[in-house]
Design a protein around this ligand. Structure first.
Ligand SMILES: O=C(O)C1=C[C@@H](OP(=O)(O)O)[C@@H](O)[C@H](O)C1
Ligand SMILES: C=C(OP(=O)(O)O)C(=O)O
Length: 411
């Protein structure tokens, strides 16, 4: 990577939201009729979901050039379906309850990385809802076989390690005989993602009251997907690090993505933020200060903030994100280890990390098969010479063209 020669002044539009694309694919697959998803993300995680809903009986026609997916929904899985969710948490956690709507047996599996991530809360929830669950490996982990039909009703689920379990149960809920009524047994992390689930379900004709949904049906429709706000965090972070201005289009004040709040964190650090109905702009003249911030709601942007924190003039403490140790990698340990590798004083805390600003030395960063390690650490290369990102191809999980788009900041 080469540091930027000057401040940035760019307008970018990241690809479609992974989280919205995967929710819309599932809701469309459960809706009789044909839906059109415009602005969809084409990346490993959404390809995994396309394959998953196809195994559940949907027909998906994808057109990468026009960023459109057409979904004929309302089908049923063939007997003995095996779904490979690859590295995708959303795909795996969302399709398990959907597969358990049907009386056929479906196996859900993934890469060794996904096999190491937790699944117990959604499996417990499914059992309470009357689904049959067989853990084919270690209890609480993939691979898992499910069958139904789940009758639904009252279920108690932990929200402490992921909100995806709750989102998956809610999306299958209207097709359960008794609907579903979820009670949380702990505080919920990643709360805005549950609001997003409700918003996408509502768009496909299903209303969730609190965490309760009555029996009903989804309705096919044309649905427009916003650009990905987590992906946008790298460009907004770049404006803070390099100075200058970046506008992200398509992420307006009405966005359903909590990660747009990353801009508020940058504002607290001293950047300026402007929001319009269709855009989000961060500008900075330098002089960032460290902050103390709870990122439990927006944890996919914690690594981005860590990269920005390196260039502030006082330490940054990120709290509330202990649960990101169970993501693609142990993100708390990985970020601290890599910043230390660059000579930065970074310390792991029980619920996050503390980063003291410094001057990074030239470093080849390990990325741990974690797209967000690669994308966030690349921001350090915007200011520091001699930064190399190892295994850069891991960004294909959510953003295959990331490095090409990052290069546009230099033009
Ligand atoms: O529901 C979703 O689309 C997501 C929820 C979050 O996960 P957790 O709820 O596991 O924190 C987030 O990290 C992930 O990238 C996408
Ligand atoms: C945690 C992530 O993804 P998932 O849980 O969907 O695999 C992510 O994209 O940062």
């Amino acid at each position: 990577m080469h540091p930027l020669a000057r401040t940035v002044d760019a307008v970018v539009r990241p690809p479609g939201s992974k989280s919205i694309t995967n929710r819309a694919l599932l809701c469309a697959a459960l809706a009789p009729g044909t839906s059109t998803l415009a602005g969809a993300l084409f990346a490993d995680d959404t390809h995994a979901m396309v394959d998953a809903v196809t195994a559940l009986g949907a027909t998906v026609t994808a057109s990468p050039e026009s960023r459109t997916m057409t979904v004929r929904g309302g089908g049923a899985p063939v007997s003995g379906a095996v779904i490979d969710a690859r590295q995708s948490g959303t795909t795996s956690r969302f399709v398990l309850p959907a597969a358990a709507l049907f009386d056929t047996r479906t196996v859900v599996d993934g890469t060794s990385q996904l096999r190491a991530r937790p699944f117990a809360p959604v499996l417990d929830g499914l059992r309470q809802a009357g689904g049959r669950v067989e853990e084919l490996g270690e209890p609480g982990f993939l691979p898992v076989a499910v069958s139904g039909p789940s009758r639904g009703g009252k279920v108690h689920v932990s929200g402490a390690i992921s909100s995806q379990f709750l989102s998956g149960l809610l999306m299958a809920g209207p097709l359960m005989r008794d609907g579903i009524d979820v009670s949380l047994t702990s505080a919920l992390v990643s709360v805005p993602y549950v609001e997003m689930t409700k918003a996408v379900m509502a768009a496909f004709g299903v209303t969730v009251h609190g965490l309760s949904v009555s029996p009903g049906s989804y309705h096919a429709r044309t649905y427009h997907i916003e650009p990905d706000a987590s992906a946008a965090s790298y460009f907004l972070g770049a404006a803070a690090i390099a100075g200058g201005r970046v506008t992200v289009t398509g992420l307006g004040t009405g966005s359903v993505q909590g990660d747009t709040r990353f801009a508020d964190a940058l504002q607290r650090m001293g950047a300026s933020v402007t929001r319009t109905a269709d855009s989000l702009t961060v500008s900075s003249t330098g002089g960032l200060r460290g902050i103390d911030i709870d990122m439990a709601d927006i944890s996919d942007t914690a690594q981005t903030l860590a990269a920005v924190a390196v260039f502030a003039d006082s330490p940054t403490r990120v709290r509330g994100i202990g649960f990101i140790r169970g993501k693609e990698t142990n993100r708390v340990a990985a970020m601290v280890t890599e910043l230390q590798r660059a000579g930065i004083d970074a310390v792991e805390d029980e619920d996050g990390f503390t980063i003291t600003p410094g001057t990074p030395r030239p470093t080849a960063f390990e990325t741990y098969e974690d797209h967000r390690m690669a994308m966030s650490l690349s921001l350090i290369g915007l200011r520091t010479p001699g930064i190399e990102i190892l295994d850069p191809g891991c960004v294909s999980k959510t953003y295959p063209d990331f490095f090409a788009d990052l290069d546009t900041l230099a033009s």
